[in-house]
Design a protein around this ligand. Structure first.
Ligand code: GDP
Ligand code: MG
Length: 348
């Protein structure tokens, strides 16, 4: 999936040939890059399957696959679903060796992760302006992700505007300002301690008067109490909605993949307080537990839209179940054909 396909409302004909070529190149190198960045998770899977005393596809291998999936944070329900399906298919196809076994596993995971409605997977930026609200616990990567998204939008000819709604820490406003400088976009901010609702009010007003396309609203991830935080987010949301009916058009929950099942509990709390439309799963490069993707899919019912695979501007990717599942669960030999296939897509 190319970036201009992730964002609904980006006019592909307005994207410069240069950027399209960059995207295509990135796309060709994507599988290898993703595989490298997801090295920890991939290593955990292949080590577990290799160390399974491999005498063929037998009961013991299914049990070990089960253990591996649980250890990778897939969760109990997802694990049972995957292994049941895997066993049925391997039996039907008479699969008896590791490599096809592992590729079958990747297929099963990829299919499980398919969105019910692919349109819901996209980020709709057709409204003028579109408001995207970022929420999540402190340190999950909200501010960084805003920088990454703003950069992509700018590359595609959109005018992003950042709003420093995390007024709880002075450093947060400064950090977002630095991202705005790097990306080269406007930022609306006030002194730390300001009322975030007031900052957000100004931000939306500024976007309308300056003709910005996409407003990216940063928020606090921690207040004195969790109840206060949820109340503040509800208030921010109400202020946006009042000022611009229909907004926020997208509320993205940023989750840190390294926090595992704990992150899922946080997610439930946020989901209750504000209407979450998508998940951004960050730090997948730093965890051996990439299976958290399956757990999120199974328990939250909110699409994962983007994944963070590093700290650099370009280390944000659209979430593509096939590529992701193959990068983590597929066998080593499956990689080359997979990367050829995605390069082929571009050439077509
Ligand atoms: N390795 C890695 N680090 C990330 C990723 N996303 C964010 N970070 C880092 O996580 C830390 C916290 O990010 P920040 O954006 O400040 O989180 P916030 O408190 O939610 O705004 C920073 O050091 C980021 O560089 C990612 O995808 N991978
Ligand atoms: Mg922040």
């Amino acid at each position: 999936m190319e970036w201009h396909e992730v964002f609904k409302g980006v006019d592909a004909s307005a994207v410069s040939a240069e950027v399209l070529e960059e995207e295509a190149q990135e796309r060709r190198g994507l599988f290898g890059r993703l595989r490298r960045n997801l090295g920890k998770a991939r290593g955990a899977v292949s080590d577990a399957l290799k160390s399974a005393v491999y005498v063929g596809v037998d009961r013991r291998l299914y049990e070990q696959t089960e253990e591996m999936l649980i250890a990778a944070d897939v969760g109990v329900d997802g694990t049972i679903k995957i292994v049941d399906e895997l066993e049925q298919r391997c039996t039907a196809k008479k699969i008896e060796t590791q490599e096809p076994f592992q590729n079958e596993l990747a297929d099963v995971v990829a299919e499980l992760l398919q969105p019910d409605d692919p349109e819901r997977q996209r980020i709709d930026v057709t409204e003028q302006p579109t408001v995207i609200l970022m929420v999540g616990v402190n340190g999950t990567g909200k501010t960084t992700t805003i920088g990454k998204i703003a950069w992509r939008l700018k590359e595609m000819g959109k005018t992003p505007l950042m709003v420093a709604g995390d007024t709880f820490r002075a450093a947060a406003v400064e950090q977002l300002s630095q991202w705005a400088d790097r990306v080269g976009c406007d930022i609306v901010k006030q002194a730390a301690d300001a009322d975030p609702a007031a900052v957000v009010f100004d931000g939306v007003a500024a976007a309308r008067s300056r003709g910005a396309d996409v407003v990216l609203v940063d928020t606090a991830g921690r207040l004195h109490t969790q109840v206060n935080l949820m109340r503040e987010l509800e208030k921010v949301r109400r202020v946006i909605e009042k000022q611009l009916p229909g907004a926020p058009h997208e509320t993205l929950l940023v989750l840190d993949a390294t926090t595992g099942q704990n992150g899922l509990r946080q997610a439930q709390e946020f989901k209750q307080a504000v209407d979450i439309s998508g998940v951004v799963l960050t730090k997948l490069d730093g965890t051996a537990k990439g299976g958290i993707v399956v757990a999120i899919h199974e328990t939250l019912g909110i699409p994962i839209k983007l994944i963070g695979v590093g700290e650099q501007l370009e280390d944000l990717r659209p979430f593509e179940p096939d590529i992701f599942a193959r990068a983590i669960f597929g066998s080593a030999d499956g990689y080359e054909s997979a990367s050829d296939a995605s390069a082929g897509d571009v050439a077509d």
